[in-house]
Design a protein around this ligand. Structure first.
Ligand SMILES: Cc1ncc(COP(=O)(O)O)c(C=O)c1O
Length: 339
């Protein structure tokens, strides 16, 4: 099977497993795991922030950050398709008491003026807006990249209204490679970021919250409260350090594979939007197959795809699909769409 469901399906490479096996470890709840400490310092420096905190998942990293920025009862603004309000099972409300309001799903086609128009002022008669969250790249938005200029304007909006800005940067590495924007330049625009090592970078586990020293001290407390204090977790941090050293620049190859898939599929009229990174979104509204039947037929031809909605499917390229497999997948998918 060629697995194009998600970039989370990758398995650790031999080099990564070696790095994990030889990692120096200690009890990280006591702050004594040197590999975790090194990873945290490395990631903070990449984004030009003071500190970072290792978390087991991207969802926990996002939710820790949101709890730092939005007090219970106050409001977060984000895209209606954002991971934080779509796939985190109501965590912002359940754990942080956070009220969320969304702008209509636009993926990476964010309009800062629309966001500015949604901000509610501080006061006792309306829910005060405290933070804005964006996703870079945008998962349900087909791996779209929000342009740097748009993010700069959004930072101005946040500053004009005294709001914090969070980036769900699960795939910020892909944006960095696609647009050539230094990670530190992204980092400078946000109060907090969450970044994942377990998506395109190929580590089995691990995300980080990035922010100021004061925020990360609080984040450590929130993580422990959420049950995310981990012990000899340097074995996992070592996988993350390996991924940062070896798997960032190679994302360009995953983007090229996605572009090949998109080009092959384009004649069938199901490509939803321009493919910029490693995600190929499919809109089957006008195709005889709906998403479930498309996925079942593709599986019969040896390709696994994701079903995101009745007529929405997705292909994702990653470290564990070779160029040859992309050629095979292209043939299988075009046959499926032609049938
Ligand atoms: C944009 C985005 N944010 C956050 C996450 C959450 O990551 P995790 O599955 O590690 O909780 C994902 C997962 O795919 C994601 O795509």
């Amino acid at each position: 099977m060629i697995d194009l469901r998600s970039d989370t399906v990758t398995r650790p490479t031999a080099g990564m497993r070696e790095a994990m096996a030889s990692a120096e470890v200690g009890d990280d709840v006591y702050g004594e795991d040197p590999t975790v400490t090194a990873l945290e310092a490395e990631v903070a420096a990449l984004f030009g922030h003071e500190a970072a905190l290792f978390a087991p998942t991207g969802s926990m990293a996002n939710q820790i950050a949101l709890q730092l920025l939005v007090p219970p009862g106050d409001e977060l603004l984000c895209d209606a398709d954002a991971h934080v309000v779509t796939y985190e099972i109501g965590a912002a409300a359940a754990y942080g008491g956070i009220s969320s309001r969304t702008w209509p799903a636009v993926g990476a086609d964010l309009d800062p003026d629309v966001v500015a128009g949604m901000v509610r002022p501080d006061g006792y008669f309306a829910v005060p807006t405290r933070a804005i969250a964006v996703e870079q790249t945008h998962n349900r938005g087909g791996g779209g990249v929000i342009p740097l200029g748009v993010l700069r304007r959004l930072r101005e909006v946040a500053d004009e209204h005294g709001l914090a800005l969070h980036c769900d940067g699960a795939r910020i590495w892909h944006a960095h490679v696609a647009d050539g924007v230094p990670l530190s330049e992204y980092g400078a625009l946000f109060d907090t970021l969450s970044v994942c090592l377990s998506k395109g970078l190929g580590a089995p586990v691990g995300s980080l919250v990035v922010g100021s020293a004061e925020q990360i001290a609080r984040a450590r407390f929130v993580r422990k409260r959420m049950g995310g204090g981990m012990r000899q977790v340097g074995v996992l941090a070592a996988a993350g350090r390996y991924a940062l050293a070896h798997h960032v620049e190679r994302l360009a190859a995953d983007h090229a594979k996605a572009a090949r898939l998109a080009e092959a599929i384009a004649p069938f009229g199901v490509l939803a939007g321009r493919v910029r990174t490693n995600i190929v979104p499919l809109d089957l509204t006008k195709h005889p197959l709906d998403a479930r039947r498309f996925a079942a037929a593709a599986r019969e031809r040896g390709v696994l795809v994701s079903v995101l909605g009745p007529r929405t499917a997705r292909l994702v390229t990653h470290l564990d699909v070779s160029d040859t497999q992309i050629t095979q997948a292209t043939e299988a998918l075009t046959q499926t769409l032609r049938a």
